[in-house]
Write a protein of this length. Structure first.
Length: 177
């Protein structure tokens, strides 16, 4: 089996994959959706991580780079919120990305409190290399899956995200009362 980077998977990886598939198809075919999504996410992240490693980019930095490619110059707090991570985690990642030359951190003269994160030219250039890599991983993941099923899966997952976000907002508002 070929990975997005063109290399073959190892026998051990193939055996692990077959074990996971056997588990889902035979042992727990009707197990909770959360577990199936978790295993699919792990597989997608592993495949992406292998490709990113070839470019010296960690999977943790990928999350922040994707956000900054869409909205460069946001505050560190906004970056943290959009990534869904705690601020100390974001702080550490941004510092590491700064050392690697991907971002700069700046304060504005009229607002010394907020720290704004900006991509460097090096950080912007990574997009041309890494986005096609991520697209290749998605292409491999969707291989032999009908387009209609992909569209349905997207709608279902977006509905799951929305339902859980609404529930979380409701729980938080009830706690405040």
């Amino acid at each position: 089996m070929k990975r997005p980077n063109g290399r073959s998977t190892s026998v051990g990886t193939e055996a692990a994959t077959q074990s996971i598939l056997r588990h889902w198809r035979e042992a727990v075919p009707d197990d909770r959706l959360a577990h199936l999504v978790k295993d699919a996410t792990r597989a997608l992240l592993r495949a992406l991580q292998m490709g990113l490693a070839g470019h010296g980019v960690s999977i943790g930095h990928w999350t922040f780079l994707r956000i900054l490619w869409e909205r460069d110059g946001i505050t560190q707090r906004e970056l943290s919120e959009q990534a869904g991570l705690m601020e100390p985690t974001t702080f550490s990642a941004v510092q590491a990305m700064q050392r690697l030359g991907y971002v700069t951190r700046q304060r504005k003269a009229d607002n010394r409190k907020n720290i704004y994160v900006h991509l460097t030219p090096k950080g912007r250039l990574l997009k041309r290399k890494l986005v096609p890599l991520a697209e290749a991983v998605n292409k491999v993941a969707a291989r032999r899956v009908p387009a209609a099923d992909i569209a349905t899966t997207r709608r279902v997952l977006l509905a799951v995200i929305e339902n859980l976000a609404r529930d979380e907002a409701g729980v938080k508002s009830r706690r405040k009362k």
